[in-house]
Every structure is written in structure tokens, then in C-alpha cells.
Design a protein around this ligand. Structure first.
Ligand code: GRF
Length: 194
């Protein structure tokens, strides 16, 4: 039987990196034909870096504050991504908005996960906003990245119910559990891996 070529992905994260870890672990456990080329981060203090080192994934740190300005950071990010030549760029809590040039260079090759049912509650603090609004159902969205903020075509969504006795913290936990399960499913779908 012919072995399929490994798909190459790069994960971009700025913080905790729990989604990054869930993705890498799933790939390893299931021996999926996906190679995680690198974790790229703008934050030298990101906990995701420690996770990457433990998991044996190369790390590229582009410390945002050490660049003269945003354009210079964006140029370096574009160069880094080009050199890694990924089939898919996976945003997992990356706190910088990608500039149009990167979005156009990797058209339909960048995905993001957002902790609400888009188009509801785009932007920052989506879990808290949904909780405070009092919606009874929120959820998780995986979507392609376009030039807007959390506006690209939706790939997958899953609902999360908010119960009477939920707190923001318990809701956060429920949402993360769903994220860790569905992000890799969406990635597999985009890469046509079953
Ligand atoms: C997730 O809730 C994701 O939806 C949002 O940022 C958070 C990242 O969490 N985009 P983690 O760093 O993967 O733990």
C-alpha cells in the first residue's frame, strides 16, 4: 500500500498552549501522518514553550517587544512561516492579528479556534462575555482565517450548554474540553485525513 505524504503543520500560540499540546498528543497517539514542524510564539514567557520542549517540538520565538514595530515583526513572522513551508497554520491562542500579507500568502491554509459560537462573541474574552450575557448555549468554533477578526468561513462548531450552577471557571473548563477534542478533528478534515 502506498504511504501518504505527511502533512506539515505549524502551531502559533502566545500563552498556555493546552490546545497545542492536545493536538500534538493526539497526532502521536494515533500516529497520524501529520508533522508538527514548530511552535511559533510572539511571547518568550508563553507556557506553550515548556510544553513544546517536553513534547520534542521545535520552538521559534519571535519576541514581539524586541521588534522595532509591528511591520518588522510581521515581516519576520512571514519569513519564518515561509521557511517552514506548512500545509496548514494552526492558530491556538495566538494573540496577534495576522496581517493581510500573511493571510493572502497562506490563503485557506490558516485555521483558528474560538471559544464561542461565532458570529456571537468575537474577539477577546468570549467565554466571559457569553456567560455575562446570560446565553444558555455557547460553544466552540473552528474557522479559516480571513482578513477580519474571527470572521472567516466556519469549518466546525460544537455547542456547550451553560447550566444554572456553572461559573465562568466551570464554563471555561467545559469549553476547553470541547476545544481539545474538536480542533484536531477539524484539522484532519481540512487536511483530508481520516
Ligand atoms: C482557547 O480558548 C482558544 O479558543 C482561544 O485561545 C484559547 C487558547 O487556550 N483562541 P490554550 O492556550 O490553548 O490553552
Amino acid at each position: 500500500m502506498k504511504r501518504r505524504r505527511e502533512s506539515k503543520i505549524v502551531v502559533l500560540a502566545s500563552g498556555n498552549g493546552s490546545n497545542f499540546e492536545a493536538i500534538v498528543k493526539h497526532i502521536k497517539e494515533r500516529k497520524l501522518p501529520i508533522k508538527v514542524m514548530a511552535l511559533v510564539t510572539d511571547n518568550p514567557d508563553a507556557y506553550a514553550i515548556r510544553r513544546a520542549r517536553k513534547l520534542g517540538i521545535p520552538v521559534k520565538i519571535l519576541p514581539f517587544k524586541s521588534f522595532k514595530n509591528r511591520d518588522e515583526f510581521n515581516r519576520r513572522l512571514l519569513d519564518t512561516l515561509r521557511s517552514l513551508n506548512p500545509d496548514l497554520i494552526v492558530l491556538a491562542g495566538f494573540m496577534k492579528i495576522l496581517p493581510p500579507q500573511i493571510v493572502r500568502t497562506f490563503f485557506k491554509k490558516i485555521v483558528n479556534i474560538h471559544p464561542s459560537l461565532l458570529p456571537a462573541f468575537p474577539g477577546l474574552h468570549a467565554i466571559q462575555k457569553a456567560y455575562e450575557y446570560g446565553v444558555k448555549v455557547t460553544g466552540v468554533t473552528v474557522h479559516f482565517v480571513d482578513e477580519g477578526v474571527d470572521t472567516g468561513p466556519i469549518i466546525m462548531q460544537e455547542c456547550v450548554k451553560i447550566d444554572e450552577n456553572d461559573t465562568v471557571e466551570s464554563l471555561e473548563e467545559k469549553i476547553h474540553r470541547v476545544e481539545h477534542r474538536i480542533y484536531i478533528e477539524a484539522i484532519k478534515r481540512v487536511l483530508s485525513i481520516d
